[in-house]
Design a protein around this ligand. Structure first.
Ligand code: GUN
Ligand code: FE
Length: 456
């Protein structure tokens, strides 16, 4: 059993904090004072506090005046931790390969042979250590991970997240058909049994889901027969706290095969809903070809969309999800790296690619679907991700009572990386935009989850 109970020594930050208040609503708090308590929660957030008033403000609010407070300089700010709502952990080391292949060809030639290697716990341990470190370094404080189909390796992934302090949803991938014999669940019963055993293990190592939560992970309907899908639907019904993730309306080839396998359903929304897998806990990756009827179902059932603009534009079919339409309808939206499917495992890259793709949609729609703003892309990467993961009561922005998952960002000085600040010209919004549009892990100086600093 991995021990993950810990307390932090209360500490504070003074300076600029930038977060999303809602979709499209960016709040820049200047001269803020934020205090994190021993439980890793935001215990105080005051605006317009002069540095000379820090101690008075601490005292007035019942905090010790010896609480260490880090004062941020010009060009430095805090943002909430980045949330990656669609990530295949085993694909961490295959990123950059297989571009241009249609989905089924890519799965069969690149992905399944590689994921099969996770039968070896040692391989899993090494790859997952590198993966979780890599995502933490890039500011991902919460990830929704697909594991491989292996129970043992997926337990190792959950333990790795706990040990390294990353918040995560972790799922054993269900796939009992349309995959090679060397990489396929032995039967529907075995697929479900390994899933239940995995869930029990995660509940044992993190009983209150302080950091890690199990998630039901039918890979997609092509790789799951009706017995697996309905079995997972039963588990979902019996465990109303379990989130669910799958791929949804991702590619023409995938949708056509799904239709052939399940001719009784008009569309994927009806299919997954029938099996009890479509509800407010569902994280649906890609959602590129969602028609009018399905949009209505996603909204009515309160499903979340994991937009993966990097992999959508790297594979053999260039896909552009209708994010403007989802936002217009109030459907929950977030960002995923999809890891292996694309060229990047950075949510910062996902933010800017979301912007680029939305601009293409604006042009192609003759202006009907305006491109996304920086604020909207940033929302998807933070508060939107928290909503999609069902964690917005805990994380996503800086609100008293929420847990302190945050990044300390530098845009000037020795950690400016590739950002090119112009002294006396760039104001805070300019520096923030430069970070979103041109920054990378070099600008992420500290990474906190539940108040604990975890970037080494
Ligand atoms: N559909 C089923 N499996 C996968 C996967 O691993 N990646 C992507 N992008 N789509 C999938
Ligand atoms: Fe995927």
């Amino acid at each position: 059993v991995v021990e993950n109970s810990f307390t932090v020594h209360p500490f504070g930050y003074h300076g600029t904090f930038i977060h999303a208040a809602s979709v499209g609503e960016l709040e820049i708090i200047e001269q803020g004072l934020l205090v994190v308590d021993a439980a890793g929660r935001i215990a105080l957030l005051e605006k317009d506090i002069l540095p000379s008033n820090i101690k008075d403000t601490l005292a007035t609010n019942g905090f010790s005046t010896s609480t260490p407070v880090q004062v941020l300089a010009r060009g430095q700010f805090l943002i909430p931790g980045l949330i990656d709502t669609h990530n295949h952990a085993p694909q961490w080391t295959q990123r950059g390969t297989g571009r241009g292949r249609l989905i089924m060809d890519w799965l069969n030639t690149v992905t399944f042979p590689h994921e099969a290697r996770f039968a070896d716990p040692e391989y899993a341990r090494n790859t997952y250590a590198s993966c979780v470190d890599g995502f933490i370094r890039q500011g991902v404080t919460t990830a929704s991970y697909y594991g491989s189909l292996h129970g043992e390796a997926t337990k190792i992934l959950a333990e790795t997240c706990l040990e390294k302090g990353q918040r995560a949803l972790v799922g054993k991938c269900n796939m009992n058909r349309n995959a090679p014999d060397f990489y396929k669940d032995a039967s529907a019963a075995e697929s479900l049994q390994v899933t239940e055993d995995f869930i029990a293990h995660v509940r044992k190592i993190d009983p209150t889901s302080r950091l890690v939560t199990p998630i039901l992970t039918p890979r997609f309907a092509i790789s799951c027969d009706a017995e697996v899908l309905s079995g997972l639907g039963d588990i979902a019904a019996k465990n109303p706290d379990l989130p669910i993730q799958t791929h949804f309306d991702e590619a023409t080839q995938e949708m056509q095969i799904t239709k052939e396998l399940f001719p009784e359903f008009e569309n994927e929304a009806d299919l997954y809903e029938h099996f009890g897998l479509l509800n407010n806990r569902s994280i649906l990756a890609h959602c590129i070809y969602v028609g009018e009827y399905e949009m209505g179902r996603l909204k009515a059932l309160d499903c979340g969309v994991a937009h993966c603009p990097v992999s959508n534009t790297t594979g053999g079919e260039f896909g552009m999800a209708p994010m403007r339409e989802y936002i217009r309808r109030g459907i929950k939206v977030s960002l995923g790296t999809d890891s292996g499917g694309g060229y990047s495992s950075s949510i910062i890259d996902a933010m800017r690619q979301a912007f680029v793709v939305s601009t293409a949609r604006e042009t192609l729609s003759g202006g009907k679907d305006p491109s996304l703003s920086i604020a909207e892309c940033f929302f998807m990467a933070t508060l939107g991700g928290a909503q999609v993961c069902g964690l917005d009561d805990k994380i996503g922005n800086f609100v008293v009572g929420k847990e302190f998952d945050a990044l300390e960002i530098h845009t000037v000085g020795q950690n400016s990386g590739i950002i090119t600040p112009v002294e006396d010209v760039d104001q805070l919004p300019d520096l923030f935009e430069k970070f979103i549009m041109s920054g990378d892990e070099r600008n992420i100086v500290k990474v906190y989850v539940r108040g604990r600093s975890i970037k080494s």
